[in-house]
Design a protein around this ligand. Sequence first.
Ligand code: ADP
Ligand code: ZN
Length: 797
Amino acid sequence: MTGPALPQALEVLQRVWGYNEFRGVQGDIVRTVAEGGNALVLMPTGGGKSLCYQLPSLLRPGVGIVVSPLIALMKDQVDTLRQLGVRAAYLNSTLSPAAARTVEQAVLTGRLDLLYIAPERLLLPRTLEWLHRAQIALFAVDEAHCVSQWGHDFRPEYQQLSVLTAEFPEVPRIALTATADDRTRADIRQVLGLQRAPEFVSSFDRPNIQYRVADKSTPKQQLLEFIQAEHLGDAGVIYCLSRRSVEETAEWLQEQGLPVVAYHAGMPPQDRSRAQERFLNEEGLIVVATVAFGMGIDKPNVRFVAHLDLPKSMEGYYQETGRAGRDGLPSTAWMVYGLADVVNVRRMLADSDAPEDVKRIEAGKLDALLTYCEAATCRRQLLLSYFGETLPEPCGNCDVCLNPPTVRDMTQEAQMALSAAIRTGNRYGSAYLTDILLGKDNDKNKRHRHLPTYGVGKGHDVKVWRSVLRQLVSLGYLTAGPYQGLMVTGRARGILRGEVQLLLREDTVKPRTSKRERAQATRVAIGAHDRPLFLALRAWRAERAGQLKVPPYVIFSDATLKAVAELRPGSLQTLSTISGIGERRLAEYGSEVLRIVRSGVHEEQRRPRGTVQAHEFGLVPQDITWETLAMPRLSETPPPLLTVQEEVRVPVKPERPVERAQVEAPPAVVTAPVEPGVVREVQQERTPPAPTALASPTLPSPALAPAALKASIEPPEVSGPQPHPAVMTALQELRRELARETGYAAYVVFPNATLTALATRLPRTMAELVGLPGLGAKRIEAYGESMLDAINTELDD
Ligand code: ADP
Ligand code: ZN
């Protein structure tokens, strides 16, 4: 991997992107294309495809032309590039004619590095004409599988891209896709003239995604518990099969207090794009959607993807779950499915009027998916083997690896169940068969009570029989007949004759690992110690993103913020070593980030001893702790005496008139320059030291006199500080107003614990809001300013 173009490529990679090295095959691809060669790139979602054409575009003279079918995505890509200092633009139907002409001019005069363009636009004779007058570095065809009728995203315009080969034979072409089957590959090569181009394939493994599948019993409740235990405050996508279940699920989760939007193809287009927009721009929003949602969702910090219904195929499952964790941080792919789902999809397939050969292919795909669902071996190994890849060892990061199910010889049980179906005429559904097996009288089964199978399965409970029946359907021994009936298939003969031994998994009702352990395994692993700083950085990022009208991740990724919170760089030099901080971002945001880091260090030092349990605020069930709630734990080390060098205010609201708070109220925040070593008196009446159990890690004062410091670490008075009555009233009024405005229930806007903490702690700056119970970055972003206004108005009057 030491071609001539590489040293220069590495230099650009570090300077512009701030990445220290190429990922996998990226370096080879960049060299090939930078040297003028063609390439076919197969990489999973999140693998890092964009860099493969963006970087060569910077290395070669002229502009890189990127064909992309996803208009919604172009702006995002361009925004991100501009943040890096790359001269990028897009051309699609959303631009006014005047704006489009400006872009054209920029191309013709060599003032652009990258141009994103919709295929139908590129193919206009006019466009091709002016492109001939421009200097072109390369053509990149993104989502190249759209050329193939074989695939599910076929776009006729894509087939006409063959003109590029004819009209610009000397310009290198690079095709990129995450869909890898042979037929699609062949189509791409043929249409884009890449017959002799080298193929670069990177592993489809997504090691940061944890795969989990569970038996469906109370799906919504199971989902809620999963989110509460492991992903509170995280962005996620929940897939349901039907529009109705999308709406019901979204509504129900909303009632449970989660920030949720619905998305399905039946909604008016403006509602759909608004939902998508909110998902991209807000932190921690959950989308409940049909599979219509996702194409072109490039949000890197989606922390979980949940399936409440079976996906259509392994391809679908891989693609949908692949939307989690594009940033490489730990994420979860979670699914529940049950007997009814299996029966339904089998019947839908049987009933469809597709040609027989199509049905056979579909049935094969469904079998593969069901085998995956019922797996008693590593799920990742199965998933990858489906895509032709071998993972030599079990992964250690799927539910089967983490919590191996018990596999038992259930041949006898299978025989009982199968014979119950046969003896009742292959006409009854699972509930009926279960009653027969258990010998349970019901109004309808009188005529079957004499059967030898009646009551033969009393040794097991309903759950076991449901699980056995589900696995028999999944494995193809039973199939869905007309109505609700289950029919025994020819495949079952061996079992009935006792020639085949059947090993089935016991559904683990209770996972053996504790919730806590799992939560820690999957949460973005930020130590409790670094969490406050991470949250402060996130609040700052949200603020900046709002100003620039771009999604937050365009400014910095979560991975970068996490690294900053952990490393706590003290200089621009150190900051620049962090992955994701290139030249431009360093210049743009470096000093702001350093300021937050420095104030974060101070916050840390001022923390009193002690720990806080979230349930003390009545917020959450007892087994959820600060860590799972994304809340900081108080520092264990005793706070050293302070020397205050500078203001501790997080500059999230630079335009905020802080002076008012200092002059007219006791100095909750010291902003005047203070000489090192000089310590100010803190006036106690307005900002009493909170009792240990209620103390937020962000104490309101940066400069505690030794006496005050001592007071703050001593056990609380019996009564403790009381909420300020007038502030309490003002905040209650504010909450009512916000509830009316947003349509959320008041406790969804913010819980009582937050209300009380605000009225007790009386924060005066955005920084002091961080870490208060119930105040995550999202609520701070949404309501922080109004909260501070309410408090300040009340106290300053
Ligand atoms: P794809 O288009 O293949 O789905 P992207 O190009 O969007 O993936 O990249 C996914 C994520 O990986 C992005 O956040 C990107 O910045 C990051 N990334 C890409 N290449 C590297 C690299 N060499 N080092 C670190 N991060 C990278
Ligand atoms: Zn595994």
